[in-house]
Design a protein around this ligand. Structure first.
Ligand SMILES: [Zn+2]
Length: 332
């Protein structure tokens, strides 16, 4: 575990981090930026483990020295994870208590004292200013790995003292391979999950193992597949059922992928480029009984619903409108 060669994608960043570890030319602060589930924490952990390793002269941690053993036990004396304690954002007290005071004390026995700051982009301005004092004159042994989804919230003075590394989405094909290799999903399910994961291994792993997600998909698809034949009272009843997903809008992504595939099936007339291969028969059937106009209309309705929900529309009402419009779109 925690070897660079086991991490998928982002080869350039792996090369840079390994090179720095080998040459010992390490900065005091890095920001690892990327969307949720993109592997920020995995990169930070792997880099930290390698930097603290007592034996390794290669790009990878040895896995057997006392530092590696401590790391594997989850209790490394010179590695600290910083998280908000009281609220969702990292406040000035979090930074003072967990970083500033601690950074003044020399490391216990390994090369660095490493602070991995999760959700660093949630730091308040006061918290950043507190951190800045340590960043401006860091003790030689201190190293910061700040994990952030985006850079907008950082003070320029913080950014100028950090090396920013941007993690890129991983190609769908590689995510699919990863799922299969690790026996998390196979065949069509792996392809389908990789599509929903949008470049994030973390997201893919979560989806592949989430019974909730798979159940949600089954329910949504069963509604969409039969919508044309349903009468209005039934649709209103289904809109009520959808309230179960009030906090989880992924069902709209499921709908998006569904109609995307129907459009592809309509365009090519066969199953060549489908994402949801296991639904090929149904998708071709739906493509045959709908017009291009009708399919585009449906895609538009889903987009419209997404927008409505981000504007805090009444959820139940939005569902009712969506289902009725989807049904009506068969006649357009
Ligand atoms: Zn080691």
């Amino acid at each position: 575990m925690h070897r660079f060669d086991a991490i998928k994608g982002n080869q350039r960043i792996k090369d840079i981090l390994q090179h720095m570890a080998i040459t010992g030319k390490v900065s005091h602060a890095y920001i690892l930026q990327g969307a949720a589930g993109m592997g920020k924490r995995l990169f930070a952990d792997t880099f930290a483990k390698r930097l603290q390793c007592s034996d390794s002269t290669s790009g990878e941690a040895c896995g057997v020295c006392s530092s590696c053993i401590a790391f594997n036990s989850g209790n490394h004396p010179d590695l600290f994870y910083i998280l908000p304690q009281k609220t969702k954002t990292l406040g000035v007290e979090d930074i003072r208590e967990q970083i500033v005071k601690n950074a003044e004390i020399k490391q216990y026995r390994y090369p660095y004292k490493i602070f991995i700051v999760e959700h660093a982009d949630s730091m308040t301005v006061a918290a950043q200013n507190a951190l800045l004092k340590t960043l401006e004159e860091p003790p030689s042994y201190v190293l910061f790995l700040l994990l952030a989804e985006n850079l907008n919230g950082f003070l320029p003075t913080i950014l100028s003292r950090c090396v920013v590394m941007k993690l890129m989405p991983i190609p769908q094909r590689e995510i699919e391979e990863y799922l299969v290799q690790h026996q998390l999903a196979e065949g069509n399910t792996a392809a389908m999950v990789a599509e929903y994961a949008q470049g994030s291994i973390g997201q893919a792993i979560e989806l592949a193992s989430s019974e909730d997600f798979l159940a949600m998909r089954q329910e949504i698809l069963s509604i969409l597949e039969n919508i044309k034949e349903k009468d209005k009272p039934t649709l209103l009843e289904q809109a009520k059922q959808l309230e179960a997903y009030k906090q989880d809008y992924r069902f709209l992504d499921i709908a998006t992928v569904w109609y995307r595939d129907i459009l592809v099936a309509k365009t090519f007339g066969d199953g060549r480029f489908l994402i949801q291969k296991e639904k090929e028969k149904q998708l071709l059937h739906h493509a045959a009984k709908d017009s291009i106009q009708g399919i585009l209309k449906k895609q538009h309705i889903i987009q419209e619903t997404k927008q409505l929900l981000t504007q805090n529309a009444n959820f139940r009402l939005a569902m009712e409108i969506m289902l009725i419009k989807l049904k009506e779109s068969y006649n357009s």
